[in-house]
Design a protein around this ligand. Structure first.
Ligand code: AMP
Length: 354
């Protein structure tokens, strides 16, 4: 702390005194040193009010934990624009379909907290005046998030849902006091970004939505919490999703605008790789299924037959890596020994042409 410049030190002092007030009512959990963990909504809201009164700004980064560099890039961006950052960690059951991997989704609380503490150190060390730091982690239980009904993953499941319809401007004042100034999402979940932007617009929320580009491995594979389950063999074949999207993007960049031309380029990659894999013996191959490859309008996500090159489009795909059929001795098959199916998603934005 002694190395910090004055602005940052006084920021830290103010933040901790605000936190002390706001968390006195929160349930006790093991508290890390540089931020506080909130399990319930009211004390977090209280902190938000106090920060607002002190003319501080809050950037919110919602996550499901199992943090990686992609998540950290969202927080770094939030630190450039806000004094305080709230990070949520909640594996949201309703974000998983009935047959999806809710039970096997990685939960890595201790290493998440460690990464966030390290990042706070790094953010403190930059010493830039006004540079923000993580003030609060919101880690609710399902009961906190779904107080009246246990969450359901069925599409027509019961519960309280938000319907995106025009809303009276009367509500604006009431709503905005509780909301962060800015909220950060990754480009990787493109559908989420479009829905959130629409919701903020239609609900007249005074929150800015920031979309941060996808963090990738050196070879292009998008970082994802689920990648730990891949292992070497499925990781190598899983890169097909990126290669296929790249081929489609190249087709667009070379002047193609029809769905057949653009998605055909992606399909020819996935088809070729799949038939190569099918020809290999079970101990050598990694099979997959293409869930979808989509070419869609950037605002509505409606499928496009033709890209309007003044508007561009969204290329996206989901690919399901099947469990390995046979492991080889000494092979790195990933967490879960190659038995956990892994669904990879990725997308590329087709930029409008001048
Ligand atoms: P998740 O924990 O997977 O729900 O993701 C939390 C937030 O991090 C979402 O806004 C994601 O879009 C974002 N995110 C996930 N992976 C990446 C990535 N590779 N690059 C940038 N943002 C990401």
């Amino acid at each position: 702390m002694s190395k910090l410049v004055n602005g940052v030190r006084s920021f830290s002092t103010t933040a901790s005194s605000l936190l002390a007030d706001a968390t006195s009512a929160s349930r006790s959990v093991a508290q890390p040193s540089s931020f506080q963990v909130f399990r319930d909504v009211p004390p977090l809201r209280q902190l938000r009010h106090q920060l607002l009164k002190n003319e501080r700004t809050v950037g919110f980064v919602p996550t499901m934990g199992a943090l990686h560099e992609g998540h950290l890039s969202l927080i770094r961006e939030a630190a450039r624009e806000n004094t305080d950052i709230f990070v949520s960690i909640f594996v949201n059951p309703t974000q998983f379909g009935v047959n999806e991997d809710l039970s096997s989704y990685p939960r890595t609380w201790d290493s998440d907290v460690e990464k966030l503490e390290k990042l706070n150190d790094e953010l403190g060390r930059t010493g830039a005046p006004g540079a923000g730091q993580i003030t609060a982690i919101f880690a609710p239980t399902s009961k906190v998030m779904y107080p009246t009904l246990p969450p359901s993953s069925e599409i027509d499941g019961q519960g309280s849902f938000v319907t995106i319809t025009p809303l009276s401007s009367k509500l604006e004042g009431a709503l905005q006091r509780h909301y962060p100034d800015r909220v950060y999402f990754g480009q990787k979940d493109v559908q989420q970004t479009v829905i959130i932007k629409r919701m903020v617009q239609d609900f007249l929320l005074d929150t800015k939505v920031r979309i941060i580009s996808t963090s990738r491995e050196a070879d292009g594979l998008a970082l994802s919490s689920r990648n730990v389950y891949l292992g070497d063999r499925r990781r190598a074949v899983g890169l097909t999703i990126y290669k296929a999207l790249k081929a489609a993007e190249d087709a667009y960049l070379s002047g193609k605008t029809t769905r057949a031309d653009i998605l055909g380029a992606a399909r020819s990659i996935t088809d070729r790789v799949l038939s190569e894999q099918q020809a290999l013996p079970p101990a050598e191959r990694a099979l997959f299924e293409v869930d979808y490859i989509s070419l869609a309008d950037p605002d509505t996500l409606d499928e496009l037959d033709l890209v309007d090159s003044t508007k561009g489009g969204v290329l996206s795909a989901a690919l399901k890596m099947a469990p390995l059929e046979e492991n080889k001795p000494g092979e790195d098959c990933g967490l879960g020994d190659g038995k956990v199916p892994v669904r990879l998603i990725d997308n590329l934005i087709l930029q409008p042409r001048a």
